[in-house]
Design a protein around this ligand. Structure first.
Ligand code: HEM
Length: 584
């Protein structure tokens, strides 16, 4: 074949390719195909022998081919795509921007709304891209549960937590560990949250809730306060007391009582969020003054202070538990979560580092989440005074019962009468405060503090196919939206979008059971929130004490309250005008 023959063959190949591609292009091929046909008519007579390799025509051919290929590629890669799975469900991939996908414009402020929109627009299985990262957004109840139950063997928490968790020493803690490390952490921490240990804390929590509500009444009456910080003060106080036995509001000189502690704690959240939202290589992260200098360095410094304070408490606790000091000292240390973990760690030869890592985690996982639930209880009760009256009735009765209980405790020795056990007290909270419980539960159903879970495959090399036929690749991420389908779908709850605490008190047991079955504010499967009993007790007692002592109104339009992502899904503000209770 001579040179001209070869050029002619290439020429024709280009030519037919461009026609074929143009046909399937995004502009439905019409315009390009017409152009190509016209061009073909002009050139079809060219044969290798007559051809002069007109470079102009070759360039036109190449440009048409390139445009055709580009349009075909854009349509297939970036246009909306629907894939039918083996069980008939449809996985929708919405149209997306090249390179950025859905990441464009996504920020902690609009994250929850953007993800909720995927569910509303495309249904409960959506495939999106955040840059090159494939993310499957799952809101289908059954598939959510299937994935959560397949942990820790098949699935694990997202790897994007690894870097900040390592930098701040959380990598051995329950929430951030995976595989065998997670098994060990769960064994270490689980006893801290059993019913008996939580029941032992009820008197303390009630006492703290009373002091807290009275203090708000004394200091804020008549003024507008942002309740987010007030609620966080309470939950941090409870965690500090039950993790390490320190009363934040009474021990003035403790690190845990200083504003610096709350600041250090918030730096941790911000570093986690920034690191997750900007998944750039850690090499570039460390070079970037906006990221490394602004978020990581201050968070690590704050963490050092936190570790120092925790280590001092651990030393104190160890002395009390193991060094044969007074029985009352030892008993006090035994009832803290730190004490429970230290004893378990001693038996199982677990290092102090692991104990500190988990103690720190309890502050992180257990304070903001519960405070969000309390904030929303204030929000909804401000909008529903009829429900607040119901809570108030039971709160007055409960306060009287608690007074009897503590009097009984102090007079026990003298009279020799049997004191109610702490587990009786636990039952009493749920039987005497059904409306407070229903309100708190309804708040975390409608506004779940942990609104989504980021999960990925444990294996970094092989894929896994779920029961609906959806194949998850080793590099894919799953975003389990706990709230949308589970909490906002009318299939699962009647009037799902409305605040109706009475649904939890429905006289029909089948309806109550259905509501419970779909309630996943605390996650599910083997990694379900271990702090849920504690969180429920805290939330119920806080709501009860607030209603018992205060009246309040919302000091802004209800629609101004949105949720933003700060590790948990937290309200952007919660301005309340507080007054002392009027009709006491
Ligand atoms: C209203 C309050 C709370 C909510 C809504 C909440 C919600 C959650 C959720 C959704 C998870 C993830 C579960 C999963 O992966 O399936 C979780 C995990 C966890 N929570 Fe909570 N939580 C709350 C309070 C607490 C409290 C008070 C503590 C302890 C002090 C706590 C400690 C933890 C820990 C340690 C984990 C990790 C469990 C694991 O990975 O095995 N949480 N929580």
């Amino acid at each position: 074949m001579g040179r001209e023959d070869a050029v002619g063959t290439i020429f024709r190949l280009h030519f037919f390719c461009s026609i074929g591609i143009a046909r399937t292009s995004v502009v439905r091929g019409r315009h390009l195909s017409i152009g190509c046909l016209h061009w073909m008519a002009k050139t079809v007579t060219i044969t290798p022998s007559t051809m002069t390799a007109d470079s102009k025509e070759i360039i036109v051919s190449v440009v048409i081919a390139a445009v055709g290929i580009l349009l075909w590629y854009l349509k297939n890669e970036y246009g909306e795509k629907r894939t039918k799975l083996s069980n008939g469900q449809v996985l929708v991939r919405p149209a997306r921007l090249p390179f950025l996908g859905a990441a464009w414009g996504l920020s902690p402020d609009n994250f929850i709304e953007v993800f909720a929109e995927f569910y509303r627009k495309y249904g409960d299985l959506v495939e999106i891209y955040l840059g090159p990262q494939r993310v499957i957004v799952i809101t289908d109840v059954e598939i959510c549960k299937e994935v959560l139950n397949l942990r820790p063997k098949i699935f694990r928490r997202t790897r994007s937590f690894e870097y900040p968790a390592q930098q701040l020493g959380y990598d051995h803690s329950l929430f951030f560990s995976n595989g065998n490390q997670w098994n060990m952490a769960r064994r270490l921490t689980a006893p801290s949250f059993n019913k008996e240990n939580v029941a032992n804390q009820i008197e303390n929590i009630w006492d703290m809730a009373q002091r807290w509500a009275e203090n708000i009444k004394a200091t804020s009456s008549g003024s507008v306060i942002d309740f987010r910080f007030v609620a966080l003060e309470f939950t941090l106080g409870v965690i500090t007391k039950i993790v390490c036995g320190v009363d934040r509001d009474r021990q003035q000189d403790s690190y845990f009582n200083k504003p610096l502690f709350v600041k250090d704690f918030q730096l941790t959240f911000t570093f986690f969020m920034e690191s997750i939202m900007f998944p750039i290589s850690k090499f570039f992260w460390r070079l970037s003054p906006w990221h490394y200098g602004k978020y990581e360095v201050p968070a690590v410094e704050g963490d050092q202070r936190f570790i120092q304070a925790c280590s001092e408490l651990i030393d104190e606790h160890k002395k009390k538990i193991f060094a044969q000091t007074s029985v009352s000292d030892s008993a006090a240390a035994n009832t803290t979560l730190l004490g429970t973990m230290l004893k378990k760690a001693e038996r199982d030869q677990i290092s102090d580092n692991d104990v500190v890592s988990n103690a720190k985690l309890f502050f992180l996982a257990g304070s903001e989440t519960t405070s969000i639930g309390i904030c929303f209880a204030m929000y909804y009760l401000a909008l529903h005074p009829d429900i607040r009256d119901k809570v108030r009735e039971e709160s007055d009765r409960f306060a009287a019962l608690m007074q009897d209980y503590s009097q009984q405790s102090t007079s026990d020795d003298a009279e020799g009468t049997a004191k109610k056990s702490s587990t009786d007290l636990y039952e009493m909270v749920f039987t005497q405060l059904p409306w407070s419980e229903a309100v708190f539960k309804e708040c975390i159903r409608l506004q779940p503090p942990a609104s989504f879970l980021a999960i990925t495959l444990e294996s970094e090399t092989s894929s896994y196919t779920l029961s609906n036929g959806l194949t998850i690749g080793p590099k894919d991420e799953l975003s389990i939206l706990l709230e949308n389908a589970l909490h906002c779908s009318d299939d699962n709850y009647d009037d799902a979008a409305l605040f109706k605490p009475e649904r939890w008190l429905d006289p029909d047991p089948a309806k109550r059971q259905k509501a419970e079955l779909n309630f996943v504010a605390f996650g599910g499967g083997p990694r379900v929130c271990p702090g849920m009993k504690l969180a429920m007790i805290e939330g119920i007692l806080a709501v009860t004490a607030l209603v018992q002592h205060l009246d309040w109104t919302l000091a802004c339009d209800p629609s101004e309250i949105k949720r933003v992502l700060l590790f948990s899904s937290t309200p952007n503000k919660m301005p309340l005008r507080i007054t002392g209770r009027v009709n006491k």
